[in-house]
Design a protein around this ligand. Structure first.
Ligand code: UN1
Length: 514
């Protein structure tokens, strides 16, 4: 596919202009006189389009619209809210190919990953629709006669959603659509590296709310982290901030939110590891590790960054893995045979280079890649060769997350030792074990095993389904999003005690003699 033709098809098909409004508060903010940010295509370094940024006064308009929308939206019964989310899912499905291609053009994902991401947003819409009839609270046996004790879940209000470039649509959907069925409204501050996707997705969601005669419940506030980001994080009107991004930024957002007693969901760095035991199905392990490390050019929170291989199979595993690496196509993500597309931008290339340099200085041996890549027909693109680095010890740079296809390989002798090394990093998002031995796999998923929020047996660290709760421990931030009961993060729990008797017995047997 020719990149210029695809650009035209996508920009026309989604109605994107040269300069698009990046703020929605019930109306789209006028773009005249506003600062703009260019969206640069990482395939060829050319400008795709621009998005006008909001300033302090625009933020204020967004927030006051959100506050009044919440009053209307939260009063609508949850299953009716689910109907609206169902329509959003249907619109996303209608636009799946175009939106997927926009993600390919804007952040460089392969076509299947771009459409897969929109599918992930559709999946969460479907999940949220079902959830809208299942926002259950417990009824608890009261210790007092003629009393009922129960809990119910109310919406929180206006929720701030700050997303990263690497899942520019799905992570919004995880948060906004679940939050919506619970009865909340969301203000989205997307990554400045994926603004067109945010505009396109917001337009789709807002067309649905507009045609249903609803106030703006999916607000958009594109703007700099210093203005819009800071205002949102420190705004007492925002009871919950959901942030996906680096550990450094997340730490500061967590602190600022906590200071004002706001809640936060933090989805921060991962340093995900796969353990390959002597009982692994070798082909499966090689494929699982290769996918985890190279998919999305290593720019997923869940990307496999470390692999620990039992010493008895180390040489044969490494040789098979190198073989796979040497055969993958690196190049335009619009080519359906491409496995590794570009990194998001030139800064990511610099990070890749500096990590490879540090790894070498720290004793790492490059087994594959390690350099930038000139992709055919993609002058000015942001390509690197997927890289395998052998390390003797887990220290220094191996403890850090670099958003690039760099995989550190290390040997281990006993599974206990592997788990120790596995857990000895600051992050705790995703993990995997490749083994056909039930003792090994059960040990790995037991409380003595992986310390991550997500653990996989015989499948990759990356590519979680939406049905499970997504998130991790330690410096990954502790938040949970997406499936299971993650919806409870977007709700306030209220414990209700009802006395339907004629007396007022006290709990704990306390006597109050009046
Ligand atoms: C992320 O990288 O922030 O599990 C999210 C996965 C995807 C989501 C990743 N479903 O790889």
């Amino acid at each position: 596919m020719n990149v210029n033709e695809v650009k035209k098809q996508v920009m026309d098909g989604l109605g994107l202009l040269d300069i698009n409004s990046g703020v929605y508060h019930g109306n789209w903010m006028a773009t005249a006189g506003k600062k703009t940010i260019e969206s640069v295509c990482p395939i060829d370094g050319q400008v795709l389009g621009s998005v006008a940024q909001g300033e302090e006064e625009d933020y204020e308009q967004v927030m006051s619209a959100a506050q009044s929308a919440f009053k209307v939206w939260s009063a609508i019964p949850a299953p009716r809210r689910g109907e609206v989310v169902r329509e959003i899912g249907a619109e996303l499905l209608k636009n799946k190919e175009l939106l997927g291609l926009l993600i390919t053009l804007e952040v460089g994902k392969t076509i299947t990953e771009g459409t897969g991401e929109i599918q992930e947003a559709i999946d969460i819409a479907n999940f949220a629709v079902g959830l809208s009839r299942q926002l259950y609270g417990y009824t608890i046996a009261s210790e007092r006669p003629e009393h009922r004790l129960m809990e119910q879940w109310h919406p929180l209000g206006t929720i701030g959603v700050i997303t990263s470039f690497n899942f520019p649509a799905a992570v919004w959907a995880w948060n906004a659509l679940i939050a919506a069925v619970v009865g909340n409204v969301t203000v989205w501050k997307p990554s400045s590296s994926a603004l067109l996707t945010a505009v396109a997705v917001s337009r789709i969601a807002n067309k649905v709310t507009e045609r249903n005669g609803l106030p703006p419940i999916f607000l958009l506030a594109c703007g700099s982290g210093r203005t819009v980001g800071n205002l949102l994080v420190n705004d007492k009107r925002v009871p919950l901030i959901s942030f996906t991004g680096s550990t450094a930024t997340g730490r500061s957002i967590g602190e600022q939110t906590a200071t004002r007693f706001g809640k936060s969901i933090l989805e921060l760095g991962g340093n995900n590891c796969a353990v390959v035991t002597q009982n692994a199905d070798m082909n499966l392990a090689v494929k699982g590790v290769a996918f985890g490390a190279m998919a999305t050019a290593g720019q997923r929170c869940t990307s496999t960054r470390r692999v620990l291989v039992h010493s008895s199979i180390y040489d044969s595993f490494i040789s098979k893995l190198r073989d796979v690496y040497s055969k993958v196509n690196i190049g335009s993500p619009l080519d359906p045979t491409t496995v590794v597309g570009p990194l998001v931008d030139k800064n990511a290339i610099d990070d890749f280079k500096s990590t490879v340099r540090k790894a070498k200085e720290q004793g790492g041996r490059i087994l594959h890649g390690g350099a930038v890549h000139e992709a055919a027909g993609c002058k000015n693109g942001c390509f690197v060769t997927p890289t395998i680095i052998e390390m003797d010890r887990q220290e220094g740079i191996v403890l850090e997350e670099t958003f690039a296809p760099i995989l550190y390989v290390m040997k281990y002798e006993s599974l206990e030792n592997a788990v120790e090394i596995h857990n000895a990093v600051p992050q705790g998002l995703s993990s995997a074990i490749f083994s056909t031995d039930i003792r090994e796999t059960e040990y790995f998923i037991s409380s003595a095993g992986s310390d991550c929020g997500i653990v996989n047996v015989n499948t990759s660290t990356a590519g979680a389904e939406i049905g499970g709760a997504f998130g991790g421990e330690k410096e990954t931030g502790g938040g949970r999003e997406s499936g299971s009961d993650a919806w409870k993060y977007y709700a306030r729990r209220q414990t209700v005690t009802i006395n339907y008797g004629k007396d007022i017995p006290l709990s704990q047997g306390v006597v109050f003699p009046v």
